[in-house]
Design a protein around this ligand. Structure first.
Ligand SMILES: [Zn+2]
Ligand SMILES: [Zn+2]
Ligand SMILES: [Zn+2]
Length: 374
């Protein structure tokens, strides 16, 4: 632990090396969506790493010409809401200047032969996460992060209520150029769409199948396993130890109500998921106390990622039970936040084979994130 913190003090921009990552080469099946698998191959040649120093971060608190900075509210598209409701704001929701989906014109769905389209109906909005221009998530107070997720929750609810053609509301954040963040002022986005995205549907479908078989939520089972499972697996032929599983091996952070875990079949080297410890299908059901604890767990998780990776660029997105609240989904599905740091570029192999390649074993990444001093 001591050497970890020393090396980070010397330079937080050191590229991460697998170090004592044991030579693993195996395909891991995603337990939630079995059709998705990941090749964990710790031989570094598998994937071009973005070893260059992270892009310099704009840490200015205020930028005169930035449309998201205070005093420039007239430069954004119309405001939808702000937090607090009146006076100086901490968080603002505005319409997107270049929406990918919109409700300003309608065109009928279209089907001809194998060509099928669904009208690009929907809403696309921007959330200015903080009044401080260059602040990173790990530098925000846990209370502010709780308020931000409260703003997400309230807006998701309003959008579902506003129009029953909206089938899914996705909240996500792109941070840093490698993650597609085009405006430097910290912000997130909301897209309300007329279809449930296929990856969410796949999670909902697979977890419902698991529920039918085992009468349990698969996400709750995964959390229990992470908290209680210990085993040594031996090779049948040689008797050598093939794998040792330890209690808490995949846990990065734990609060009273939330847990941050490293998925066993992580697509990205430093991917981390945050889930409520107690079963909850719909993010809209989070209470104020839930959000406070989520704020703490997310802040500490981001501090860990920043300490290990230095200037982490990432995407995060919320997966929650889609649209209407039907009972079946609420027993079998469990909402979560997926955080995907961008440290490498997908290759032709990944695009062509549909198989993610992860060059840092999830066990090693989890240990690094847990042991780093924050
Ligand atoms: Zn700004
Ligand atoms: Zn659950
Ligand atoms: Zn998910």
């Amino acid at each position: 632990m001591a050497s970890e913190s020393n090396s980070i003090q010397q330079s937080s921009t050191q590229p991460v090396t697998p170090g004592d990552d044991d030579g693993i080469r195996e395909i891991r099946i995603n337990p939630v969506v079995p059709s998705e698998s990941v090749l964990v191959a710790t031989a570094r040649s598998m994937r071009p790493k973005k070893d260059e120093a992270p892009a310099p971060r704009d840490t200015r608190a205020h930028v005169d010409r930035c449309p998201f900075c205070t005093g420039n509210e007239h430069m954004t598209p119309p405001e939808i809401s702000r937090c607090p409701g009146t006076g100086d704001w901490n968080i603002r929701i505005v319409e997107n200047l270049f929406p990918v989906l919109g409700d300003d014109r309608r065109q009928p769905d279209f089907s001809f032969g194998l060509q099928q389209t669904i009208d690009g109906y929907g809403r696309h909005e921007v959330i200015v996460d903080h009044d401080n221009h260059g602040i990173s998530l790990h530098e925000m107070s846990a209370e502010h992060i709780a308020m931000l997720f409260g703003a997400y929750r309230d807006r998701i609810e309003q959008l579902y209520e506003s129009d029953d053609r909206l089938k899914y509301v996705l909240v996500f954040k792109n941070f840093g150029p490698a993650a597609g963040g085009s405006i430097p002022h910290t912000h997130s986005q909301i897209i309300a769409m007329p279809v449930v995205p296929e990856n969410v549907q796949a999670e909902v479908r697979s977890s419902a199948q698991y529920y039918d078989k085992h009468h349990r939520c698969i996400f709750c089972s995964l959390i229990d396993e992470a908290l209680t499972f210990e085993a040594t697996i031996y090779d049948r032929e040689s008797g050598e130890v093939r794998r040792r599983l330890d209690v808490g091996q995949y846990i990065i952070e734990r609060g009273e109500r939330f847990i941050a875990v490293k998925p066993f079949a992580s697509r990205y080297e430093w991917e981390v998921h945050i889930l409520p410890l107690h079963h909850q299908a719909d993010f809209r059901d989070t209470s104020e106390q839930d959000l406070q604890d989520l704020g703490q767990v997310l802040k500490r998780t981001m501090q860990r990622l920043d300490a290990v990776l230095g200037g982490v660029q990432y995407n995060y997105f919320l997966h929650s039970a889609p649209g209407g609240r039907d009972n079946r989904t609420s027993s079998s599905y469990h909402w979560h936040l997926e955080i995907c740091p961008r440290t490498s570029i997908p290759t032709g192999f990944e695009l062509g084979a549909g198989l993610f390649v992860n060059t840092v074993s999830p066990e090693h990444a989890a240990r690094r994130l847990r042991d780093v001093c924050i």
